[in-house]
Design a binder for this molecule. Structure first.
Ligand code: ATP
Length: 369
């Protein structure tokens, strides 16, 4: 409840193609690409209609608070237009500090940040009207109704047309499922309702970018589901969504792209599917002939073999599995049988983003930070 939604002053430039490309890959693999097809909305309408543009680009972005270690250290972030971009990291990894720099709320110590193609914080006055933001919870007056809170926020926006105010507020309340509760005092709202009201505030006007700092923090599972559904809906409308989270499964469920932070540094970024694929999952063979199985697997390019009891697991060769991929699990199974290995179980465990995080950092993902 500390920060109001991003300041909404000045007029916006429509140039949004940004300096970067949609190619992810900052530190590691993940040669991914562009924005999802849903980018055909406002997010795709930058100069020249370049849907492949980047909505956020940072280069060497660094923030050092007085005397301390850098909170954010040399960050190179590229957020493709039309993506739902998850900014993932344990508590204290520098997510909020990055978002505050992106929104022009604090100055970087060094490096640069461009949002919608314009430098921040310099261009904040023309960029921020196109950005809806929810940072550290919405700033609400408890004694006002949800609707009157929105009215107050809209009235503080010099670019908001007072003639369309009531209609826009009604539409925003409807969109976040608060139409029926609009007349209730905000102090009577649950945490989830407050978050939704904050989102309604961010969506009072069409936005090209929505920035959400831990939007599901403190919500119950139902509240989380509602916020995720809303995020998807906003993205389907063509708005790029940048959201921070310390929840891996949340990122997997809702995001097309992700960046992983640890101790102020970027660990990896790219399309979520490719990040998880980067970890490749593990191949698992259940057999009483573990030594022979391990040998055959090794001969077929399986690495990091681990034998536990009657099971051998290992990392399959790089590339997608299947007849057209780098290796075919069926061939591997046949090779085991051919060598007399009694295969009692054979499987490929799908990698999760958590596997990717562990593989990249060698650490567990400790959400308690
Ligand atoms: N105003 C400040 N003054 C000094 N140190 C700060 C300040 N803001 C953040 N930090 C420090 O910078 C580091 C990164 O904090 P930040 O809030 O950006 O992380 P985060 O990933 O958003 O975590 P959380 O989810 O807990 O907010 C932390 O060590 C934090 O203590």
């Amino acid at each position: 409840m500390k920060q109001p939604p991003a300041a909404e002053t000045g007029t916006g430039s429509q140039d949004g193609t940004g300096a970067g490309t949609a190619a992810p890959t900052a530190v590691e693999n993940a040669a991914g690409t562009a924005a999802r097809p849903a980018a055909a909305g406002p997010a795709a309408e930058g100069a020249g209609g370049a849907a492949a543009g980047s909505v956020i680009v940072t280069r060497g972005l660094t923030k050092r608070f007085r005397g301390g270690q850098p909170a954010v250290d040399g960050l190179d972030l590229t957020v493709p237009a039309g993506s739902v971009f998850g900014f993932l990291g344990p508590n204290g990894s520098g997510k909020t500090t990055t978002i505050r720099m992106l929104m022009g709320l604090i100055r970087p110590t060094s490096g640069s940040a461009r949002v919608l193609g314009a430098p921040m914080p310099g261009a904040a006055r023309r960029v921020l009207p196109q950005v809806g933001a929810l940072i550290e919870g919405p700033a609400l007056y408890g004694f006002l109704s949800g609707r009157d809170n929105l009215r107050r926020l809209d009235a503080a926006d010099p670019d908001a047309d007072p003639r369309t105010r009531d209609a826009r507020i009604a539409a925003a309340l409807e969109r976040v499922g608060l139409a029926a509760a609009g007349s209730k005092k905000a102090r009577a709202y649950s945490l989830g309702m407050k978050q939704r009201l904050g989102l309604a505030a961010a969506l009072l006007r069409p936005r090209r970018l929505l920035v959400l700092d831990e939007p599901t923090n403190g919500l119950d599972p139902q509240g989380m589901r509602e916020i995720r559904a809303l995020v998807r809906e906003v993205a389907d409308g063509g708005t790029t969504v940048f959201l921070s989270s310390h929840l891996l499964d949340e990122i997997e469920q809702v995001c097309t792209h992700a960046a992983v932070m640890a101790r102020g540094r970027l660990v990896v970024q790219g399309p979520v599917a490719e990040l998880a694929a980067g970890a490749r999952g593990r191949l698992s063979v259940t057999t009483p002939d573990t030594a022979d199985a391990a040998r055959v697997l090794r001969e077929h390019g399986v690495t990091n073999l681990v034998v536990t009891g009657g099971r051998v697991t290992g990392e399959p060769p790089a590339g997608p599995p299947g007849p057209a991929g780098a290796f075919d699990p069926a061939d591997l199974n046949a090779a085991l049988v051919r060598d007399g290995v009694r295969v009692r179980g054979f499987g490929l465990e799908r990698a999760s983003l958590e596997d990717a995080f562990v593989a990249l950092t060698g650490e567990g993902f400790d959400v308690a930070g």
